[in-house]
Design a protein around this ligand. Structure first.
Ligand SMILES: Nc1ncnc2c1ncn2[C@@H]1O[C@H](COP(=O)(O)OP(=O)(O)OP(=O)(O)O)[C@@H](O)[C@H]1O
Ligand SMILES: [Mg+2]
Length: 255
């Protein structure tokens, strides 16, 4: 399998503080990697460094090598944008609270438009929601194209963040997901697990790098653990799903 990303001796310093120290790991095509580690250890900082986001005030050293672009820490702005376009990124924080009258359709359309050049109609957005998120037991959608995310609960916001990236970017070569299950109840956590697994199964060459404190995902192929000693490969990652029911032989939970 071809290498997608190779992180070599990555360190991140902010003023006089070291956030990440000298870590190295590889991600190949088809890898579905869980990045584990305690709160505040530097996991999100690693993901942001891979994308070269939120770099103000930081000193980032080492190399983040992508097979097409080389070391992304030295890329110019145009190539950096092209590199990022191949990555579907779901950040840890949801940022919908200040969005006023903006609708779900605007958010999904905007991401889709940036990558496919076309806005979606209300009914297309509702079809997308129906394709990816099962309706509630009473037949209603968790949200629809006209819903306003500024008024969403924490879990609804998280669901929208994951949906808006995954459903609009299913062909990215690398998916980077920072804690997809925050605030989600069991049913929606299961839905998100299935939704990520669907993308993985439909795109066997895609690589996924995902942070999660919850070990529900049956389709993880590797776990790397970040500790104060650096990154280590976990020999036998375990899945813990007793609250969620049993997955089938393809790693999908039955709804
Ligand atoms: N921009 C910043 N300014 C100051 N401190 C920061 C900044 N970004 C990260 N940190 C600090 O760096 C450390 C690592 O943060 P990071 O968000 O990477 O942790 P994490 O492993 O993702 O934790 P969690 O599991 O809680 O999400 C934390 O102590 C955090 O306070
Ligand atoms: Mg984090």
């Amino acid at each position: 399998m071809e290498n997608i990303l190779s992180i070599k001796n990555l360190s991140v310093e902010l003023r006089d503080r070291t956030l990440v120290k000298n870590i190295s790991f590889n991600i190949d095509e088809g890898d579905v990697v869980l990045l584990s580690g305690a709160n505040g250890m530097g996991k999100s900082t690693i993901l942001k460094s891979i994308l070269r986001l939120e770099t103000e005030g930081k000193r980032i050293s080492g190399e983040v090598i992508n097979h097409s672009f080389g070391n992304i820490l030295t890329l110019n702005a145009t190539d950096l944008q092209r590199y990022r376009a191949g990555i579907a990124y779901i950040q840890q924080k949801d940022e919908y609270a200040e969005m006023g009258n903006i609708q779900v359709r605007d958010i999904i359309s905007e991401i889709r438009e940036a990558h496919a050049g076309r806005r979606l109609s209300y009914s297309e957005v509702n079809d997308l929601i129906d394709e990816w998120i099962p309706r509630r037991s009473d037949g209603s959608r968790v949200f629809d194209a006209k819903s306003k995310p500024a008024k969403f609960s924490g879990g609804e916001q998280r669901l929208l963040s994951v949906l808006s990236v995954i459903a609009t970017r299913p062909q990215a070569e690398l998916m980077i997901i920072d804690e997809p299950l925050n605030n989600l109840d069991f049913i929606n956590a299961r839905n998100i697990s299935n939704l990520i697994n669907k993308v993985v199964k439909e795109n066997p060459k895609m690589a996924v790098l995902m942070i999660s404190h919850c070990r529900i995902f049956p389709f993880i192929t590797r776990e790397i653990k970040l500790s104060s000693d650096g990154i280590s490969e976990v020999a036998e990652p375990y899945v813990c799903h007793s609250c969620f029911g049993e997955p089938d032989e393809n790693g999908f939970y039955i709804q």
